[in-house]
Design a protein around this ligand. Sequence first.
Ligand code: SF4
Length: 286
Amino acid sequence: MRVIRADVLGFCAGVRRAVNLAASAAEKRDKRLFMIGPLIHNGRALRELEELGFSTLDEAELPETLSNSIAVIRAHGTGPRTREELSRRGAEIVDATCPKVRESQIKACELYKKGVQLFIAGEKKHGEVRGIRMFAPNSVVVENKDDVLEAAKTLLAKETPLKTAVIGQTTISETEYQSICTELKRFFPDLAVYNTTCAATKARQHALAELCAKADALIIAGERASSNARRLLAVAEKHGKPAWIVRAASEIPDNLTGFDTIGLSAGTSTPDALINEIEREISIRR
Ligand code: SF4
């Protein structure tokens, strides 16, 4: 079987930076090491961090004291309150928030302070979106047209006219963002639209779209928990190609042998070593 890699795949700059910052923090051997929420969405990368001495803390259940500890804030970021609580409890903070996510947090905070009603187009339960919301507590997350309709019913009932704006989760696809913005504009014609989507995500989606023309089926190395891996899968499916997200070489489907050329892509949280293993395994299949 022939394997063709997407021109752009795997770790983005934000994830690589977070992993490197955590690895540097682990060199301080005399400190307890914590990640505030999973640093990135990849089980293997997290196991490697655990081997370095990290354990994961839930930001809603921080221990009373964190003295002699390093707390690494993940690439998806967190809210100002968590940061304050970490300092108050004595942790040394290593901020691995991706600079691109930080830009969205700053924009949300700025708009909130100006009294603008903010919409966030993205996944309600996603860590990045939850973190951004902490900077604009009145913001409304819209995942689809139904959410827009619901928000419009509530907000348009208010007597004072609203200034409105929208930002997108960094990993949202352009098409999805445009469609949500168009729907919002039906109800809020003066809506200010900010482009907060990440070029890294777009680059992987475009590279995969190009790869679809050359491949019979696609493998996306990554995890379903990773939003951008799911979006890569959606791009492949949109091009009518059979596609699978696989977490390890052992998960490569048996029926792949029916295809001549396999395209290989990977989510932004997938370590290089895992991509290499999956590529090797596919290429030796008959
Ligand atoms: S996908 Fe983009 S926004 Fe998300 S961590 Fe990577 S570089 Fe940052």
